[in-house]
Design a protein around this ligand. Structure first.
Ligand code: SF4
Length: 148
């Protein structure tokens, strides 16, 4: 994995739960609590997508949540990245092909990083967020290059 070099501030994360069973969401919370303490790396959960660099999404997306998820994604400023947490969001999981599911998350919004597992462990979630961080660094360098 590459080194973080260019990103000059903390990484702010917004969490959207779209029809998950809650276990993936609990593991995200576990990544923030004192045992793993992701905030010591500057990874902070925020309450609005307008402030977020990274979107964490859990669950296969129910049809009535798909538009809301698109709106959350559009509200985030560029550069941004999306991380899918868990098998349901990655493939549809046990809900695959259900009549009321819009599909895995990448059928609704673009996805940058997949963290599979049912649920994935906090270490894997933190690793996924760091991969998203590297992607945002790359996008930011490209944007800076265009300005020069
Ligand atoms: S991947 Fe597993 S733990 Fe996560 S929402 Fe789906 S069923 Fe629940």
């Amino acid at each position: 994995m590459g080194k973080l070099t260019n990103f000059k501030r903390s990484l702010w994360v917004f969490h959207a739960s779209g029809g998950s069973c809650n276990a993936c969401d609990i593991e995200i919370i576990a990544a923030l609590t004192p045992r793993y303490d992701a905030e010591r790396f500057g990874i902070k959960l925020v309450g609005s997508p307008r402030h977020a660099d990274v979107l964490l999404v859990t669950g296969a997306i129910p049809r009535d949540f798909a538009d809301k998820l698109r709106r959350i994604y559009e509200q985030m400023p560029d550069p941004k990245a999306v991380v899918v947490i868990g098998n349901c969001g990655t493939t549809g999981g046990v809900f695959y092909d259900s009549y009321n599911i819009a599909g895995p998350i990448d059928e609704v919004i673009p996805v940058d990083v997949y963290v599979p597992g049912c649920p994935p462990r906090p270490e894997a979630i933190i690793d996924g967020v760091v991969k998203a961080w590297l992607k945002i660094e790359k996008l930011e360098k490209e944007l800076e290059g265009k300005k020069e």
